[in-house]
Ligand binder design. Structure first.
Ligand code: ZN
Length: 296
């Protein structure tokens, strides 16, 4: 008798395996994730995914090792769908309900993705006409264990987020200092990245204007307005409000996502998965998600 797979469970497992295999098909593993050696041999397959054995430390690893989704017990389809919902700016509650995962899992997945994106979203150098602007954001203690106590005892400081865009298709948007203008931090974190022969176009801040004046040797040329920097203040506020406020300790991660959503290159969620989240060592341990170095 032919047994019917009424709930299509086997079918579901099979499509999941196929998806997973396809996902890892082209991933290149150059060095051993344990000792870093580049000498390894092919060492069979596990669930259809190539395994390797390191010739130095003799440990085995596969194309899935240290990828963003290593060790996830949830199926491939669920986290592909999650990434898609994230690019649609859906709330955690929405994602959790839609994909039948807990809010906790949704939180960790979002932060895994944000953390992986923040690895490569910042340009090393800004050149050509460099547009520079700022946004001041109030400190936010959301999610802190003693959020209410902190909020009532310490006044919320202003965080200066500086946005800069040169001719490259990348942007610099980072929290740079707290409280008031800090020339040393500005020079160290932003000005040092601006090419000497570039022209600085400042937007709306007298300190940034004075930096630009000096850099441009008091010459002013007419440049095309860069609206992503000119309107960075309303755009960023609007974007952050989608997340109902973002804890300051996680601000940098969210800004990386903001940058990617503001590039000239239009990315859909598949590009995000394949281009941005796939290469290199993207794996973040769950306990590392909550540990965040202060940007200051
Ligand atoms: Zn090794």
């Amino acid at each position: 008798m032919l047994q019917h797979d009424v709930e299509l469970k086997k079918f579901d497992l099979h499509t999941n395996d196929v998806l997973r295999r396809d996902f890892y098909k082209d991933r290149v593993v150059e060095s051993c994730p344990i000792c870093g050696s580049t000498r390894h041999i092919k060492y069979g397959f596990y669930n259809g995914i190539q395994r390797y054995k390191c010739k130095v430390c003799e440990k085995t690893f596969s194309r899935t090792t240290n990828s963003l989704w290593s060790y996830s017990k949830k199926n491939t389809r669920t986290w592909l769908k999650f990434t898609e919902l994230m690019t649609e700016n859906k709330t955690l509650k929405f994602c959790a309900e839609k994909l039948n995962i807990s809010i906790g899992t949704a939180f960790y997945w979002r932060h895994k993705i944000l953390q992986a994106l923040s690895i490569d979203s910042t340009p090393d150098i800004l050149s050509g006409v460099v547009h520079v602007g700022k946004v001041i954001i109030k400190e936010n203690f959301k999610g802190c264990r003693d959020a209410e106590i902190i909020a009532s005892s310490t006044p919320r400081e202003n965080i200066w987020v500086i946005g800069a865009k040169g001719q490259e298709d990348s942007m610099f948007v980072k929290p740079i200092f707290k409280h008031q203008w800090n020339k040393i931090a500005f020079n160290e974190k932003i000005y040092s990245k601006i090419e000497k022969k570039s022209y600085i176009a400042p937007y709306g801040d007298r300190y940034i204007k004075s930096v630009a004046m000096r850099h441009n040797k008091n010459k002013s040329i007419k440049v095309e307005t860069e609206y992503r920097i000119k309107y960075i203040w309303p755009n960023l506020k609007k974007w952050l409000s989608i997340f109902h406020g973002v804890a300051s300790k996680y601000l940098q991660r969210y800004l990386s996502f903001f940058i990617i959503m503001n590039l000239d290159k239009v990315l859909d969620y598949m590009d995000l998965i394949y281009d941005r989240l796939f290469e290199g060592n993207r794996f973040t341990k769950t306990e590392e998600i909550r540990i965040m170095k202060s940007p200051f």
